[in-house]
Design a protein around this ligand. Structure first.
Ligand code: ADP
Length: 247
């Protein structure tokens, strides 16, 4: 099996002549936690949207798990196991936490409503949903409505609904944005836990968050790759320091 699960070549996105992502070549190792970081406006979100096919590139190619996915639709790449957290981050606020995960499981199995007819199936979905809530530390919150969850716990619910789609590779978009220190620590531990047996690409603004988490970090600035390596090497890179100080 190829050691590189995701690879881009010359990935470029222009918005009316403005180059937001410029000639980005990224290689993500299977089983790794790879950080894509950079100051505001670096092109992280655009990159994320290109990788998950929410935006078409102006130029360049994307290969995932041995296939060229450049021309594919988001749902197609999700079926191949490349799943972004954002796509189901529209948590249903009036449904319970458990129901949110159950719906995500149902979606993963093709959106059939058959489980409402079968007590056995319903129980299976419930058991799986509760196990996922356990995985993300939300077992005590199953019966609350999702809207009642504190912000940090809502992000954990997003991760649970992402896991329900059985991802091979998860793309997480700033899972700790806007969180308190305590919540950040909890999400960092959670990402570490759920990454077992998977590949994770983490888009982050915060260098500290990726420090204990990522095997490899790609630093973007003004749409270009500025540096790549482990945390120790990129955080010492003078160009990276300048890019962050200037942001
Ligand atoms: P980051 O996520 O690193 O903060 P973005 O990918 O959001 O960066 O943005 C990179 C650059 O591209 C910014 O200068 C932003 O203003 C610009 N940009 C992003 N999306 C669009 C768009 N739809 N139209 C025009 N410019 C855009």
């Amino acid at each position: 099996m190829d050691d590189i699960i995701l690879e881009t070549a010359g990935l470029t996105k222009e918005f009316l002549g403005f180059v937001a992502v410029s000639d980005v070549s990224l290689r993500v190792r299977r089983g790794s936690i790879h950080g894509l970081i950079g100051p505001n406006g670096a092109g992280k979100t655009t990159c994320f949207n290109l990788l998950t096919k929410f935006l078409p590139p102006t130029r360049g190619t994307i290969r995932y798990d041995g296939r060229d996915i450049t021309g594919m639709k988001p749902a197609q790449v999700a079926r191949l196991g490349l799943v972004r957290s954002f796509q189901i981050s529209a948590v249903f606020p009036h449904l319970s936490v458990l129901e949110n995960v159950r719906l995500a499981l149902q979606r993963q199995r093709g959106g059939s409503f058959d489980f409402w007819r079968s007590e056995t199936l319903l129980r299976q979905y419930d058991d799986r949903a509760r196990a996922l809530l356990d995985d993300v530390g939300l077992n005590g919150y199953a019966d609350l409505t999702a809207g009642e969850l504190p912000y940090g716990r809502k992000r954990a619910l997003e991760i649970a609904t992402t896991l329900a789609l059985d991802p091979v590779m998860m793309l997480l978009d700033e899972p700790t944005a806007g969180m308190t220190h305590e919540d950040v620590d909890r999400i960092v531990a959670l990402v570490k836990r759920v990454s077992a047996g998977r590949t994770v690409l983490l888009v982050e603004h915060n260098l500290k968050v990726v420090s204990g988490l990522c095997d490899t970090i790609t630093v973007l600035a003004r749409g270009k790759v500025l540096a790549e390596g482990d945390y120790a090497s990129v955080s010492r890179n003078p160009e990276v320091v300048t890019a962050y100080l200037g942001s």
